[in-house]
Design a protein around this ligand. Structure first.
Ligand SMILES: [Fe+2]
Length: 354
């Protein structure tokens, strides 16, 4: 990192009130997983952080900066985001969308490691705004591509013995809106990428879960999954993963931590940097991110909080209140949120440590 960039980061944290010179408190939340037998191969650590939903309200930008400061202390080889980088551009006008991307990319420069980005539903500009036409600059995936200097919303790379495949799980529907699935072109690309790994272990990352029990956890075992909470092509993806050597699937979107192993593939939903959209922990799951320590074909996963305290409701200013109202209006769109969280997290959950 250049000296001027480092200065600008520290100045931002200082003016934001986080106190960059101080040690930021954080802890490993009591969720930890060691998976797969160890084999020979280089060891390395990565960071998986998801659902930042960066925004100026509710101290969201400061929270992201604080999380990055904490992640940098992990001495990881690189970071992978899980999507929902900005909050939010599905419905935002162009000015707001550009401002949010300015904010996110400014903070990206704070990382001391490469940070690879995954597409989330809130990162596709204009899909739910009838006033924004597909001809608008930056429409859909274009703003993500332009701001991140990418030519495709999905990509892959190798590190050590592992191949990492970053997917775009947000399929824009004709006439507006989106559904969680891959298009045919991306599915064919994924098949060729997995084949080209030639038996080496693969970690896939995408925003919308292939496997989640989020709805059932909240509403009971007979509740139907929400239309946008799980990949529509989950069965095809799962079978493809099992037929190749995918060992680990990193998921976002649901803002909780959960882990499933099915036919030798581990599926992990990695909480959220923003918790419940910067209003506190979500359903007992605190604001945080994960580290994954790869060792041969195995790995260990840990979820870390980073010392974030959500603003108390009584301290909300008018912009915070507007953001809060907008968030709850979004519920019909998300169809994923069960209850209004209280700032600082649900009462009586002493196991949540921040
Ligand atoms: Fe999200």
């Amino acid at each position: 990192m250049s000296k001027s960039t480092e200065q600008s980061r520290r100045e931002f944290l200082k003016t934001a009130g986080a106190g960059a010179a101080t040690v930021i408190a954080g802890t490993i939340w009591p969720v930890s997983l060691a998976a797969a037998p160890k084999q020979d191969g280089p060891r390395f650590r990565i960071v998986h952080y998801t659902d930042v939903h960066v925004q100026p309200e509710l101290n969201g930008e400061r929270g992201f900066a604080q999380a990055i400061e904490h992640m940098n202390g992990q001495k990881a080889a690189f970071a992978i985001s899980g999507g929902d980088l900005v909050f939010e551009t599905l419905k935002a006008n162009a000015g707001r969308a550009r401002r949010l991307w300015d904010m996110y990319t400014a903070r990206l420069r704070d990382f001391d490691m490469p940070a690879y980005q995954v597409m989330g539903n809130h990162d596709k500009f204009g899909l739910l705004n009838k006033d924004i036409k597909p001809s608008e600059p930056g429409y859909g995936e274009k703003m993500f591509l332009e701001r991140l200097g990418r030519s495709s919303t999905y990509t892959s790379f190798d590190h050590g013995r592992w191949r990492f495949v970053l997917l775009d799980s947000i399929f824009p529907e004709k006439g507006g809106g989106w559904n969680p699935k891959l298009d045919e072109k991306q599915m064919a690309w994924l098949e060729s990428e997995l084949k080209a790994a030639e038996g080496r272990p693969v970690c896939a990352a995408l925003h919308v879960p292939v496997i989640t029990s989020f709805t059932q956890m909240l509403e009971g075992p007979l509740a139907a999954p929400r239309p946008q909470s799980t990949m529509h092509d989950a069965k095809e993806l799962r079978e493809l993963f099992e037929a190749s050597n995918v060992k680990l699937v990193l998921q976002g979107h649901v803002h909780i931590s959960e882990h499933y192993e099915y036919n030798g593939v581990h599926y992990i939903s990695g909480g959220a940097v923003s918790g419940a959209w910067w209003e506190g922990p979500r359903n007992g799951h605190p604001e945080g991110y994960a580290t994954i320590d790869f060792d041969g074909d195995g790995f260990t996963w840990n979820y870390h909080t980073y010392g974030w305290k959500a603003k108390k409701r009584t301290a909300y200013d008018s912009r915070d209140r507007a953001a809060h109202a907008s968030l709850w209006n979004e519920r019909a769109v998300f169809a994923l949120i069960d209850e209004t969280p209280s700032a600082g997290g649900p009462a009586g959950r002493s196991s949540v440590q921040i």
